[in-house]
Design a protein around this ligand. Structure first.
Ligand code: PAF
Length: 272
């Protein structure tokens, strides 16, 4: 892959990159289209990265369907699908990691220790292998997007990071490969995440600024779904990801909720 990228770059081709863990959906396809519009060659990687999963998490059962993914990639205008094996990405004795020490502390970083170390490490490795000019990440993983931007800034990666808006099902559920785990009743109740964010947006529009009240209202919405259990609900400064008491500047309302056994995340930016 790296040899091919080097050859493409020598020919003056601009490489666009969409890193994924596979089991692709329309949200990924929208990212591929963004990459397509900004580059000559589009590379999609499919790699279920073991280092970003905790010991009790869903690494073993994470959904996989390479043939389907490859067909979707081709339809969306992908030139190269990079599909490495874990043993080729993490060589025996691998001992170097990338750790972001500020933005990755709270939110998913607090409830999934080590997660962003795994994400930053694999994205750095993929950038060094694929050598993209531009890479596209989804806004649904809002904290991940900010951690990657910080890594690119602080480690001087010559890669432009583009954010793709969250793509939703017609009823508002954010698209995610993990939605596949949901049974019919869980799928129905999973809408509580979007509803909680709608509530936060409506309160902000109505002039409510105290994040305590906004979080309480979001919690109330989640409590109305009996199969849902809050992992976290936070309102943080959009740039620093530090919790804020009032929405005085753009703030990200972010939540992670277990619906049955499936952990779902979503977020929105609240603007005063
Ligand atoms: O967002 C994802 O699918 C993953 O976290 C990523 C960026 C592909 C790294 O494994």
């Amino acid at each position: 892959m790296q040899a091919r990228s080097l050859a493409l770059r020598r020919e003056g081709r601009r490489i666009g990159f969409v890193p994924t863990m596979g089991y692709l959906h329309d949200g990924h396809m929208a990212l591929v289209r963004l990459a397509r519009a900004r580059s000559d060659i589009v590379v999609v990687s499919i790699f279920v990265n073991p280092t970003q999963f905790g010991p009790q998490e869903d690494l073993a059962k994470y959904p996989r369907d390479f043939e389907r993914d490859e067909a979707l990639c081709r339809e969306a205008g992908t030139d190269i699908v990079f599909y490495p094996e874990a043993k080729d990405i993490y060589l025996t004795g691998h001992s170097v990691y990338v750790v972001e020490e500020s933005l990755s502390r709270g939110l998913c970083g607090a409830t999934r220790p080590g997660h962003f170390r795994g994400v930053a490490t694999v994205v750095a490795k993929l950038f060094n292998i694929v050598l993209p000019d531009v890479a596209v990440f989804g806004e649904k993983d809002g904290q991940q997007l900010r951690v990657i931007r910080r890594m690119v800034r602080d480690l001087n990666f010559p890669v432009e990071i583009v954010a793709g808006p969250t793509v939703r099902e017609p009823d508002g559920l954010a698209m995610s490969s993990r939605n596949k785990y949901l049974g019919p009743e869980e799928r129905r109740q999973a809408l509580c995440l979007r509803r909680a964010l709608d509530r936060a947006e409506a309160l902000t529009r109505d002039g409510v600024r105290e994040t305590g009240s906004i979080r309480a209202a979001m919690q109330q919405v989640i409590a109305e779904a009996p199969l849902a259990r809050v992992d976290y609900i936070e309102i943080v400064d959009d740039a620093t990801l530090e919790p804020v008491k009032t929405v005085a500047r753009p703030a990200m309302a972010a939540l992670a909720v277990f619906v049955g056994k499936t952990r779902l995340i979503d977020n929105t930016v609240l603007r005063p």
